[in-house]
Write a protein that binds this ligand. Structure first.
Ligand SMILES: [Zn+2]
Ligand SMILES: [Zn+2]
Length: 813
């Protein structure tokens, strides 16, 4: 056994740490070990075993946690690539890839130090010290803790024991650690991850059933023959009914590892119920052939909204499973509802693992083990599912590949779509990126033959795309003489639909009641105290809310700056729009979908199914409504102020607006009746608006690409946003000044540096923010420059957590 091992630890430092391997331990590369780190113990991943003696004395590892690797060779390679590409510490990358933290219950222990011993001794002699800033109560508590700890005779005392004995708050303990009177250790130990629940399985439906029995049997049948017993008990039938069914051998109750509970919603028609169109069949064929070659290839599936891309994905995944291999399907955050899960269980049975954001850490770990054991070879999930430990990966699909929820906005700042492409390359697998509105980058790659381009130009059953009518809101203002939220045209069309009992959706991509509170006397806005952002008025909750940090304040009666009573609430959010529509159409049944009304997937699904069942006439909402599933009754979509983003200083604003407009327009007319879209805009001549109205992706793409090429923006160059942040403005100014000077003094061929400049959102969550934007046609050169910059920042003692490199940044705000 080699003498040393290099361990990646989840700390913000760009390095691995070397430990000595004790004689009786046998760590393995890719497995977890428990090691001492500073005052605590930490779990890390073994990256390498070797005999190179480090310059400083290496500590011993405490224990080996895994008999076999949790990250295989391929995933370790991927981790290294991510760490290098996104400038993220390797240990933090590994932690993101492994949802196994729940297996370790954190236990903290304390030990008294020599300092502590002498402090106790001194306190006993002289009482309190005069210089102390602590209250007598605090000093008394410290004294009690030290006294208790001496009783332990230098042994470790668990935090729980110590706190229940002395009633000391954590704050005091932290202070004593700072004074080096106590030392703190993490004595966490692995726990058994298994947890089981009782599950009812439907075995047969033969024989006569009474009403109660039928209710249970139908509920089971509707969710793929399987439901947790708890879920059945929520149905209103006597508890004995299940017992009777078990005795009759119609149902069996088994113990199973707890997993994602299958939806109790009504079964939806199977996605295979309709015939594939020629274009769908062609797409399926191309994917199956590519998978069979067992070589890397990338495909971009560009299918208009409503063209049945999901059915194609499911069919090719089924083929992969039948061949005994594995597939991963990534879906955007909001796309994974219990109804979708029920569909997946229907098609893949027990062989699918579903990783959604509502899972607890423990559930996530359980799913991870199922995949690792090869119990589940099909994985469907949001962003981090791209790291699922499947074996023999044949296919990776990224649905709605343009969706911004694939980008993680904290360290490691990775983009799951780009990781999917890299993982497919490393695994000789096929990657399919699908969208009705592909990102510029992906379409550009397809045009340059990096990906095969597969088009599905028509909707299923040849349903037409909706007609889009643009309403110029500047004209509306001139003609009516005042600012309108709902134009006359939209109002007429809504009335006509309600008359015919057809359904309507109205999109306003801004939540709350009023987005701005302005003082007419001094002209100042009411801003968040942590961010340079206007607070939004939420009428029903009767408060002002910051949408960036969650800060809340009371609704002002007078200006907080000058005391004037002339404060005005300006603008319209989705809450106010709902109220307005109630006023205009008092008979209509109206619901709203936004982050204020939707707390979880259930709320989202409940509202959508109410719409599907015809219990609603009008649905108002933010971009969330653009991402719903097939809703057949909606024949009119109104778009109110979806073009606000066009006014933002962000080079992706046009692309984002085009995507949002196209996606929301795609909600109209999915049933038999053709749909219509009324698009209200103040930017009626903007190409993003015009091309979206004409459903012309190619036109938009060509125009936008021209602009990106002139401005040297992606996909014509690699771009990184370097953010310098901190809660002290002078520190941030000093650091960004230092880095700015360094960029000027060092030459970086082909790399353009903009900045330092105040970020568009200059203060966020109490941090002041300055940034640089770096662009280069050469990724390699950009990477080298950034690496040298980080080294210089470390040399200047700028904390690593305060200089953030966001490679391929989606937001420059
Ligand atoms: Zn004022
Ligand atoms: Zn804020």
């Amino acid at each position: 056994m080699p003498e040393f091992c290099d361990v990646a630890l989840p700390v913000p430092l760009d390095m691995v740490f070397t430990y000595r391997v004790p004689a009786d331990a046998a760590p393995i590369v890719g497995g977890r070990v428990l090691v001492p780190f500073r005052q605590q113990r930490m779990t890390g991943i073994v990256m390498e075993l070797h005999d190179r003696k480090p310059a400083v004395t290496a500590k011993n590892i405490v224990s080996v946690l895994d008999p076999e690797p949790v990250l295989n060779e391929l995933l370790l390679r991927l981790a290294r690539w991510i760490s290098d590409y996104y400038f993220a510490p390797l240990g933090e990358v590994c932690r993101t890839m492994l949802p196994l933290m729940a297996e370790f219950k954190r236990t903290i222990g304390y030990r008294i130090t020599e300092h502590g011993q002498s402090a106790l001794h001194l306190a006993g002699m002289s009482g309190s010290t005069a210089r102390s800033q602590r209250t007598p109560e605090e000093q008394m508590l410290e004294f009690q803790v030290l006294d208790y700890m001496t009783g332990a005779d230098g042994d470790l005392v668990r935090e729980q024991t110590l706190r229940s004995a002395t009633k000391v708050p954590r704050r005091i303990l932290d202070g004593m650690i700072r004074k080096k009177w106590l030392s703190r250790e993490d004595i966490s130990a692995p726990q058994d991850a298994k947890r089981t629940i009782k599950v009812a399985l439907l075995k047969s439906v033969e024989g006569k059933l009474n009403d109660n029995q039928r209710t249970l049997v139908e509920a089971l049948a509707a969710s793929g023959s399987k439901l947790p017993v708890d879920a059945l008990q929520a149905l209103e039938v006597p508890r004995t009914t299940l017992g009777t069914l078990v005795r009759r051998d119609l149902v069996e109750v088994i113990e199973e590892a707890a997993e994602f509970t299958v939806s109790r919603a009504k079964a939806r028609p199977s996605p295979f119920d309709f015939d594939f169109t020629d274009a769908q069949n062609h797409a399926l064929q191309r994917m199956r052939e590519a998978v069979e070659t067992r070589k890397f290839s990338g495909m971009l599936l560009h299918g208009v909204t409503g063209s049945g891309k999901t059915a194609v994905y499911l069919a090719v995944m089924r083929a992969v499973l039948d061949a005994g291999r594995s597939a991963i399907l990534l879906v955007p955050e909001i796309g994974l509802t219990p109804a979708v899960a029920a569909d997946l269980h229907q098609i893949f049975g027990d062989e699918v693992a579903i990783l959604h954001s509502a899972l607890s850490d423990r559930e996530r770990a359980e799913q991870w083990h199922r995949i690792k054991r090869r119990d589940a070879r099909i994985v469907v999930g949001t962003r981090s599912a791209v790291f699922a430990p499947v074996d023999d990966l044949a296919l990776l699909i990224v649905d709605e590949e343009h969706d911004s929820s694939y980008k993680q906005e904290e360290t490691p700042r990775y983009h799951a779509r780009d990781i999917a492409v890299m993982r497919a390359k490393m695994s000789d697998a096929v990657v399919v990126l699908g969208s009705a509105t592909p990102s510029l980058e992906s379409y550009f790659n397809a045009k340059k033959n990096k990906y095969a381009l597969i088009e599905i130009p028509d909707r299923v059953e040849k349903r037409p795309l909706p007609e889009v009518e643009i309403v110029d809101m500047r004209m509306e203002f001139q003609e009516t003489g005042h600012e309108q939220v709902i134009s006359r045209k939209l109002s007429e069309e809504i009335a006509a639909r309600l008359e015919r009992r057809a359904q309507v959706m109205v999109l306003l991509n801004r939540r709350g009641y009023s987005p701005v509170v302005l003082c007419r006397t001094c002209g100042k806005k009411l801003e968040c105290s942590n961010c340079a952002i206007a607070l939004t008025h939420h009428k029903r909750e009767h408060k002002m809310v910051c949408h960036y940090c969650g800060y809340t304040a009371p609704v002002p009666k007078a200006c907080v700056h000058c005391g004037s009573e002339y404060v005005y609430f300006l603008g319209t959010g989705s809450e106010k729009l709902e109220e307005l529509l109630h006023g205009m159409f008092p008979q209509a049944r109206i619901a709203r979908l936004d982050r204020d009304t939707v707390r979880g997937h259930q709320d989202f699904e409940r509202t959508l199914s109410a719409l599907n069942e015809g219990e609603l006439d009008l649905l108002v909402g933010t971009q969330m409504i653009a991402k719903g599933h097939d809703i057949h009754g909606v024949t009119l979509v109104g778009v109110v102020g979806a073009d606000v983003a066009l006014g933002l200083p962000d080079f992706r604003a046009a692309e984002r607006t085009f995507q949002l407009l196209t996606q929301v327009a795609g909600r109209a007319g999915r049933g038999q009746t053709p749909g219509k879209v009324i698009l209200q805009t103040y930017f009626q001549d903007h190409y993003a608006v015009q091309y979206a109205a004409q459903h012309d992706f190619i036109g938009f793409y060509e125009k936008e690409l021209q602009f990106r090429s002139w401005m040297h923006y992606p996909p014509y160059s690699a771009l990184a946003n370097v953010l310098v942040r901190g809660d002290q403005l002078d520190e941030v100014l000093e650091w960004s000044g230092l880095l700015g000077k360094w960029f000027n003094q060092t030459r970086h061929e082909t790399v353009r540096v903009l900045g330092p400049a105040a970020a568009p959102i200059m203060r966020l969550k109490r941090d002041y923010r300055y940034h640089f934007i770096l662009r280069s046609p050469s990724r390699e050169k950009l990477n080298t420059t950034l690496r040298a910059m980080l080294a210089y920042a470390a040399q200047q003692k700028i904390p690593r957590t305060q200089v953030i490199v966001d490679m391929d940044a989606l937001w420059l705000m």
